[in-house]
Design a protein around this ligand. Structure first.
Ligand code: PHE
Length: 343
């Protein structure tokens, strides 16, 4: 009797510490303990050797032991460690998972990435620079005379007056930083956020995004500028879109031109977007002014170059027909999620 109780205590310990590491292990456990020749049956059969007056007490111990082993077996099955017979877990691995909600790319990022990708195929590298600039990189080096209206407090956010620290008004400042460090041939585009002190409305904002480009080498001509920008327009808006150049003025380019594309909305026949002209302006461009080259010790007799600058919001407006600039920075999820799926 004493001996039997000891044996059962030992069995209990063994059962308690048993862990199933494979699906088959729970089944092995069942056969060893609960099978027809299992240990539970074996101890049960000892009952006949127990003296009659101890049977009741012993019967309880045995019964409790049996329930204990059965409970252990159930828990082995439940934890997915094994399922008798089939050898598969109770978890249905074929059920679809809970989807993790993902956001969508901002339309301005989508358009910027497209612009960058088109120019990188032409061999342009991407250059970035600081949003807080000094007067030289933003204005001086770009041949903006001291009294140029763009320097006026009305357009520029000054952080400090003397020495001047300001929020860059264009990413030409990055071109300046590139020319400072690199000698021709130079082929870069400069995407980034710029700031101008404008009253916020549907058509103007105090910050927006630009991609400016710079190409300097020997024998670079206006024809190269035209061809490069024509390629860009066709890739960006489609093969049927036409371009035209209008003479313009920028202090850092000479000659300068603004480029229009045929209106994407009406195809050139005239609508509200193109103000019934059939054309919409998309960028400023020109041949780099010799003074700008000289500012960076690039010999204007040997090298020539072209530059251009476009507003990402403008391109985005034309591509996606967004009519209010404020939408880009309001973070309204109903607006932003419409661009899911674009790259
Ligand atoms: N820097 C000009 C602007 O911000 C754009 C531009 C760049 C024009 C290069 C001509 C050449 O408006």
């Amino acid at each position: 009797m004493e001996q039997l109780l000891k044996q059962i205590a030992g069995y209990k310990e063994e059962v308690t510490s048993f862990m199933a590491s494979t699906p088959d292990a729970a089944e092995e456990f069942r056969i060893k303990w609960l099978g027809t020749k299992g240990l539970v049956k074996t101890v049960m059969s000892e009952m006949k050797n127990v003296p009659a007056d101890q049977r009741k007490e012993f019967g309880q111990v045995l019964n409790e032991f049996k329930l204990f082993v059965e409970a252990k077996y159930e828990s082995l099955k439940e934890t997915g460690q094994g399922n008798a017979g089939a050898g598969v877990s109770d978890i249905d691995w074929s059920l679809p998972g809970d989807p993790t909600p993902v956001g969508s790319r901002h339309p301005l990022s989508i358009v910027r990435n497209q612009v960058v990708s088109i120019f990188s195929r032409l061999g342009f590298a991407v250059a970035e620079g600081p949003e807080i600039e000094d007067d030289w990189h933003n204005f001086g080096a770009m041949n903006l005379p001291e009294d140029h209206p763009a320097r006026d407090m009305q357009d520029t956010f000054y952080i400090n007056r003397d020495p001047a620290w300001l929020l860059r008004t264009h990413t030409s400042s990055v071109q300046a930083r590139v020319m400072e460090k690199q000698k021709p041939p130079i082929r870069v585009i400069c995407p980034g956020r710029v700031y101008r002190n404008e009253t916020i409305s549907a058509r103007a904002h105090c910050f927006f995004h630009q991609v400016e480009g710079l190409y300097i080498d020997e024998n670079v001509s206006f024809a190269d500028l035209k061809q490069t920008l024509y390629f860009f327009v066709q890739e960006m808006f489609g093969k049927d879109v036409k371009i035209r150049f209008r003479p313009s003025y920028f202090p850092f380019t000479e000659p300068s031109a603004e480029m229009d594309i045929s209106c994407l909305i009406c195809g050139g026949s005239g609508c509200n977007v193109c103000k019934h002209t059939g054309w919409v302006e998309i960028l400023g461009s020109g041949m780099v002014h010799p003074k700008v080259l000289e500012n960076f010790n690039i010999d204007p007799e040997k090298y020539t170059g072209f530059a251009f600058g476009m507003g990402v919001e403008r391109i985005c407006q034309l591509k996606y027909r967004v009519n209010d600039l404020r939408l880009y920075s309001q973070n309204d999820i109903r607006f932003l999620k419409q661009f899911t799926g674009a790259v």
